[in-house]
Design a protein around this ligand. Structure first.
Ligand code: IMP
Length: 427
């Protein structure tokens, strides 16, 4: 068996953390390949709940090597805080490896994220304001600083000065803000982050390949999701990296032939945080019910998520974009009390029906959902662990989705706890 990729098929918050954590039991290495602390994973272990942003959820297992690979953008202070939180709660973090090629999120990235959102006003993207976009922009324009630069202080200072020669005038002239002193900032990072991070920084490309060559099970954990992908998502309302499964290759330094299995995580309904089109969005009492039953508030930002029905147009597109081999449906129990469950099977755009994802963004904005109504099961699923114990209507719902998607549903989440899972026969 080669590597497995876990990828969200919607706009994030599909419950990847829990699924990744469950799969981690069978894994020896768990690798984050893109994004940064814009992600938020909540994992419930026993009575304890862990909210992770940067560290792969596999950290909660003693046998796993958690890896933050080159494609991730790292705010070192956030990473150190997260490590301290885990250690304080008795979790050993010493196995963590962080790529020296990962780019740093520095204070001006975060500040520019906030300022640019403010400048955009009602046209804002609704970012997490963590500095993700500005850090990836600097990576692309080649004025970013990498973790490895911390270990060559001369280079670190030089690169920081070069970056600030561009950022300080931008802050002053466009945003009327004070700039940063390169010396003061460099001293802070070199004295506070460098020694604390040194034990974790590694050549993660080498570690991942050594694990694969030794036949170990490696899991690539995507953050955000398919429709937040910079290339394939609802641009510009996307994140600045590539969460799609192919992003694992670039973001961790492996070729596509290593990927044997791609699991798409799909919530039984849809949510989105931030701005952007959402054809199957619902409002009113049904939305309130889904938000409350699903606790749909951001792990990181506390923002109420927008909610809608499961969108099969998106799901079919996600199957293609990621070469999904199977699906995990999460939060099926959130639909427990509904008499009827709707799914979006196609879009209507200017009077025409389309079962495929429109390539033109304006069409996605205009798309109206064509909804199909399925019978609800009106019974609690929280204690179901065998497929044969699912109510007939819930089993029908799963069969309908898997038939539309064209890939089997192998896992079904019926609650937040590790044990609240139904395993179905695989491909
Ligand atoms: P950014 O990643 O902070 O630049 O935000 C860009 C868009 O991605 C915004 O709409 C965010 O709400 C969304 N986003 C970023 N990370 C996540 C996530 O982990 N879950 C859900 N949405 C996210």
């Amino acid at each position: 068996m080669g590597a497995t990729v876990v990828v969200g098929t919607q706009w994030g918050d599909e419950g990847k953390g829990k699924l990744t954590d469950l799969l981690a039991a069978e894994m020896e290495m768990v690798v984050r390949y893109q994004g940064g602390h814009n992600a938020g994973h909540t994992i419930v272990v026993g009575e304890e709940s862990f909210a992770l942003q940067l560290v792969p959820s596999g950290v909660l297992y003693d046998h796993i090597t958690p890896v933050i690979a080159n494609g991730v953008v790292v705010d070192p202070f956030v990473l150190l805080d997260e490590l301290a939180m885990l250690e304080a709660r008795g979790i050993d973090t010493s196995r963590l490896q962080v790529s020296g090629n990962a780019h740093l999120i520095l204070p001006y990235h975060q500040q520019l994220d906030v300022l640019s959102e403010r400048r955009l006003g009602s046209a804002k993207l609704g970012t997490t304001k963590r500095g993700i976009g500005p850090a990836y922009a600097d990576k692309a324009t080649r004025i970013g600083l990498r973790l490895q630069d911390l270990f060559d202080p001369g280079i670190f200072r030089e690169k920081l000065e070069a970056a600030l020669r561009e950022k300080n005038p931008l802050l002053a002239k466009v945003y009327n803000k004070l700039g940063y002193d390169a010396g003061v900032l460099a001293d802070k990072y070199l004295t506070e982050c460098r020694p604390a991070l040194e034990p974790y920084v590694a050549d993660t490309v080498a570690s991942v390949h050594e694990a694969l060559e030794a036949g170990r099970e490696v899991l690539f954990e995507g953050a955000q999701a398919t429709f937040l992908d910079l290339d394939h998502g609802t641009y510009p309302f996307v994140t600045s990296s590539n969460p799609v499964a192919g992003g694992a290759c670039v973001g961790a330094g492996v070729g596509p032939r290593h990927i044997a299995r791609v699991i798409g995580i799909t919530k039984a309904y849809t949510t989105r945080v931030g701005s952007g089109p959402f054809p199957a969005e619902v409002a009113g009492p049904v939305a309130d019910r889904l938000v409350m039953a699903g606790a749909e508030f951001g792990t990181n930002t506390g923002r109420r998520r927008r909610v809608g029905w499961l969108d099969l147009v998106m799901l079919r597109h996600a199957v293609r974009l990621n070469s999904l081999s199977e699906l995990a449906i999460t939060k099926l129990d959130v639909l427990d009390s509904l008499e009827a469950v709707k799914v979006c099977v196609a879009y209507e755009i200017d009077g025409r029906r389309s079962a495929a994802m429109p390539y033109h963004q304006s069409d996605v904005h205009r798309a109206r959902p064509v909804l199909e109504e399925l019978a609800g099961w009106c019974a609690p699923l929280g204690d179901v662990t065998r497929p044969s114990d699912l109510p007939a209507e819930a089993a029908d719902y799963l069969r309908f989705v898997e038939c539309e998607a064209g890939v089997p549903i192998t896992l079904v989440g019926v609650g937040p706890r590790r044990r609240q899972l139904v395993r179905r026969p695989g491909p």
